[in-house]
Design a protein around this ligand. Sequence first.
Ligand code: AMP
Ligand code: GLY
Length: 430
Amino acid sequence: MNILLLGSGGRECAIAWKLAQSPELDRLYIAPGNGGTHKYGENVALSPLDFDAVAKFASEHDVDMIVVGNEDPLVAGIYDYFDAIPGSPLIVGPSKTGAALEGSKDFAKQFMARHSIPTAAYRSFTADTVAEGEEFLATLRPPYVLKADGLAAGKGVLIIDSYEEACRSLREMLGGMFGKSSATVVVEEFLKGIECSVFVLTDGNGGYRILPVAKDYKRIGEGDTGPNTGGMGAVSPVAFADKEFMHKVEERIVKPTVKGLAEEGIVYRGFIFLGLISVEGEPMVIEYNVRMGDPETEVVMLRIASDLVPLLKAAAEGNLSDMPLDEDPRYATTVMVVSGGYPGDYPKGKAISGADSAEEGSVYFHAGTKLGADGTLLTSGGRVIACSAYGKDLNEALAASFRGAGAVGFEGKYFRRDIGADLRAIEEAK
Ligand code: AMP
Ligand code: GLY
């Protein structure tokens, strides 16, 4: 089977690594890929948002299946585009309507309400209803959670302590703080707990498989301080997401989500990312995403023991129910090495050393890297390399990830040295 994978991050590098191990794979193309993905396939200079160019390439190269890594092409309707063309490759991803679970927080909240899926109490407001928004805020206890309805590159959520500031921010968001994305704002109840990421592969016919659960670390600073980033590290499995918790997740969230999509006729053949929070052991949905997480994928792929190609094919064809998905019993961790200054401004084009070969049981997934004209590996983004590793336990995996992060060199590099520390504490307390 020939596969075209769309995207250029650490997530796509990890998916490419996993796909490349499949005996069912003939050729793998990654568009546009990065300075590491060419180890697993052929990088193709294509924009995933240029659907005509993607279709032309796919037809010229006998592509059988397109795996969409990031949300933008999905929200822009890549599934529907190919669905309308007879003889198109299989697409792993939701239809445009399905992608609105990530593309519109208001749509996602309404979907959860219709299917009684546990999530924070909320209301949505526009410029016309800002006074009602202020009244609703007055009924909530601080801190206040304000979310831009549309995609805002992970920056559209504000958590604010004072009522006055929340009212001011609501007006600013509705006034265009995040452009069109915040023309509608979701105001919701603050939930206190610990977060984890659950990934579901679904086939649109009620069939689904739950992938290994992961936890990511979003803030730039140790101790979860400072601004949010795309994610600074990840761990799988997750100590508090035990059998009992995952049973609740499956019964209360996964099943009603998959069933709700089918009942509403929403075509969805791809990954559902459940951003969850455990509130005293009870799972609640913080958000849906319509893709895999990054850097969660850089640990989840290590923990899928089964061949991913037939699983993705079955999801895209609508017959996932008979497919096994076996988990690797080992721990997997990843530590993201980032450019100095990230998530603010940072330099690019710094030469990277030490990223050629990882130690046994570890793998470097490239994110913001590219090859210079002379073949030198250079930084090209904020998150540069995800240092993933297996371990028989959490400590062993983390130690290997930190050794990996220490061995990669470039001017201004930074990584968090406390990835997984909270889960270690939970495990030690057990
Ligand atoms: P989102 O983009 O919806 O995932 O929100 C970004 C982050 O804000 C989440 O990962 C949470 O840490 C936090 N957050 C969002 N909604 C809530 C909520 N209702 N209560 C507490 N924290 C939240
Ligand atoms: N790591 C969170 C995300 O991919 O959105």
